[in-house]
Design a binder for this molecule. Structure first.
Ligand SMILES: [Zn+2]
Ligand SMILES: [Zn+2]
Ligand SMILES: [Zn+2]
Length: 397
């Protein structure tokens, strides 16, 4: 039967332990009632008022003992669960996004075409072709013959108006959920102006931020780790909603623990203050584990004014540095893109001087259960192919 599921977190009124539960909602008829539960921590009996108590269920923190349906039973009058939140994934994150109509990361070497825009139009156009190939692979995967890919990669060929051939590389996390062409993120386009040339000069704060949002999406696929090193977000007296919006724009770009934010304690505090102003006491959200991992695991770097953004792997590093903080506005900032072919060389120059034990000289790639992606390349009629992560660089130029 079709139903909707709402996710909640609350706390035990006796001992404050966090209790997570799902409420099932039917399209037409819903019973009002309560789940009578025993707290897993203190053993007290508590009441969780909800719709459809029979079908709704506890995820963690308590045991469901029995249900009361208010249409023919009286309420239990037990102490009710405290501070219930409905949540849907991470409340500080959206899907990664960028605007292909603004300053682009990838330009043709010879013509002025907006290649990002064309690449997105091409993936829309060819969606049905590769989507059926992805579905074919998923059937194999569900039967247990897949190879546990981390991401789906889609490589699309197209020509720009000057006739140059380009290959755009898109990705999304691999799972068995439905998908649309908008879920695929752009990681690279070949035969473009070198990023060394493209990102080198003076530009507005807003354009700098757009460049960073796009490059974080690229680095999420290409590198083992991404470090965003900046002293400030927004301006000194930015209103809470503006500060939060900026944080959200950055935090949304990466959905993995690959991304590390390195910033001043006061800048992290300004995020917490903005959350408290806009939503709810940050400490309460912390207790319910609603705070973004990138913030709770941020690296504090108090004695620094440097702005360095980098994607790093053992043998390859891309970095953008200059004057740009995370901010919007028309005023001028300077940014320069550089490549390094040794992490230890890059670390010695750029990271070691901060003296942070969280950024050691040895790069430990994050533990992953996946050593490969599944590639659907137009050159290969979008038939699936296993691509080891270390082979990825072949697709970049
Ligand atoms: Zn309790
Ligand atoms: Zn559930
Ligand atoms: Zn061209």
């Amino acid at each position: 039967m079709y139903f909707d599921k709402r996710k909640y977190k609350g706390s035990c009124p006796h001992c404050e332990v966090v209790i997570e539960y799902h409420v099932i909602i039917f399209p037409v008829e819903n019973d009002d009632g309560e789940m009578v539960c025993t707290c897993g921590a203190c053993g007290e009996e508590i009441s969780i008022p909800c719709l459809n108590p029979e079908e709704s269920h506890i995820i963690s923190g308590a045991n469901k003992d029995y249900v009361i349906d208010y249409s023919y039973e009286a309420p239990s009058y037990l102490t009710e669960i405290d501070a219930m939140f409905e949540y849907n994934g991470d409340i500080f994150k959206n899907a990664p996004s960028y605007n292909s109509n603004t300053i682009s990361l990838y330009s043709c070497e010879t013509c002025d075409d907006n290649l990002e825009l064309i690449a997105h139009q091409e993936i829309d156009k060819k969606f049905n072709e590769f989507a059926s190939a992805i579905n074919n692979y998923t059937i194999i995967d569900i039967k247990g013959y897949g190879f546990l890919p981390e991401k789906i990669l889609v490589a699309i060929n197209f020509k720009c108006s000057c006739g140059t051939e380009h290959k755009a590389l898109f990705y999304k996390d691999y799972n068995h959920c439905g998908f649309a062409s908008d879920d695929f993120l752009l990681a690279n386009i070949t035969n473009t102006q070198d990023l060394n040339d493209k990102i080198d000069g003076t530009l507005t704060k807003s354009d700098s931020l757009e460049i960073l949002k796009k490059i974080i999406v690229r680095w999420e696929l290409v590198f083992d780790r991404t470090y965003l090193i900046f002293p400030y977000v927004g301006y000194y007296k930015s209103p809470a909603d503006k500060t939060l919006k900026l944080w959200k724009e950055i935090l949304s770009q990466s959905h993995s623990p690959k991304l590390s934010i390195v910033t001043k304690t006061q800048t992290l505090n300004s995020f917490k203050k903005a959350v408290t102003t806009e939503y709810l006491d940050y400490k309460i959200l912390e207790r319910f584990d609603f705070t973004p991992k990138a913030i709770t695991s941020a690296i504090k770097n108090t004695n620094s004014h440097a702005k360095i953004y980098c994607g790093v792997s053992e043998d390859y590093v891309e970095s953008i540095s200059g004057s740009a903080n995370i901010a919007q506005g028309p005023s001028a900032e300077q940014l320069t893109f550089k490549r390094y072919y040794s992490y230890s060389d890059f670390h010695r120059r750029y990271l070691a001087p901060f003296n942070l034990k969280e950024i050691p000289e040895d790069l430990f790639p994050l533990k992953s259960t996946h050593d490969c992606h599944v590639l659907f390349d137009e050159d290969n009629n979008f038939e699936f192919k296993k691509l080891y992560k270390k082979q990825l660089f072949k697709l970049l130029d």
